[in-house]
Design a protein around this ligand. Structure first.
Ligand code: E4P
Length: 225
């Protein structure tokens, strides 16, 4: 499964990229606004930090002509950019047109299988299925993920199912179990994926034993005169 970080903060992208496990970055208008920097400078810097990664940048217009203008502008900034498009009527039309032009898309704010079907038929590269916002309403956001993964497989759609609005590591595990293609998550959740108390306890014991025995990996060099 691909791992994306969901952020507009370039320092978080830099840290996640250093781990060597990052496949891409998702941004949204809220995250870009929070970054306090310009849209173009932020996403182009993110592209440089994640060579070859898929970097999602979202249109903000809601009528077709303006959405198309914005999409063509954004996609021209860098070859790694994936145009993020909300699942509304002109958005689905835009995804069809961008697919025809060979421009990759990430359809966002998808909550149901019926919405995902429209995105898949339009030729979306990624379908962003939000889970946390559904859980927040006392429902199970993962239900739609599992059904969408099955729908994409059953009908042979090319779209990848991207689990978004992730709130905790269990969402990532559930995304794996559902066979989702991608998970995008805040940087702090990605950091939490490393954590297990037995890893920390185990490492402490190994190092205490090693150091107690006075061992060293490197042989001591004879002092040069
Ligand atoms: C995905 O691309 C979205 O940017 C994101 O996952 C939304 O998450 P939220 O519900 O925590 O805002």
């Amino acid at each position: 499964m691909k791992l994306f970080v969901d952020t507009g903060d370039v320092s978080e992208v830099r840290q996640a990229a250093e781990w060597g496990i990052l496949d891409g970055v998702t941004t949204n208008p809220t995250l870009i606004a929070k970054s306090g920097r310009g849209f173009k400078e932020t996403v182009t810097e993110i592209c440089r930090l994640v060579p070859g990664g898929a970097i999602s940048a979202e249109v903000v217009a809601t009528d077709y002509d303006d959405m198309l203008r914005e999409a063509l502008e954004i996609s021209g900034w860098h070859e790694q950019i994936v145009v993020k498009v909300p699942l509304i009527e002109p958005g689905v039309r835009l995804v069809s047109e961008l697919a025809r032009r060979g421009i990759r898309t990430n359809v966002t704010l998808v909550f149901s299988v019926s919405q995902a079907l429209l995105a898949a038929k339009a030729g979306a590269t990624y379908i962003s299925n939000f889970v946390g916002r559904v859980d927040d309403m006392s429902d199970d956001g993962m239900d739609a993920v599992a059904d969408t993964v099955a729908m994409v497989a059953n009908y042979g759609f090319k779209s990848e199912v991207l689990v978004a609005s992730i709130r905790h590591p269990l969402h990532v595990v559930q995304a794996v179990n559902a066979g989702a293609h991608v998970s995008t998550m805040p940087f702090k959740i990605m950091q939490m994926l490393f954590k297990h108390p037995l890893t920390e306890i185990g490492l402490k014991r190994f190092l205490d034993d090693w150091n107690g025995a006075g061992l060293s990996i490197f042989e001591k060099q004879p002092a040069t005169l």
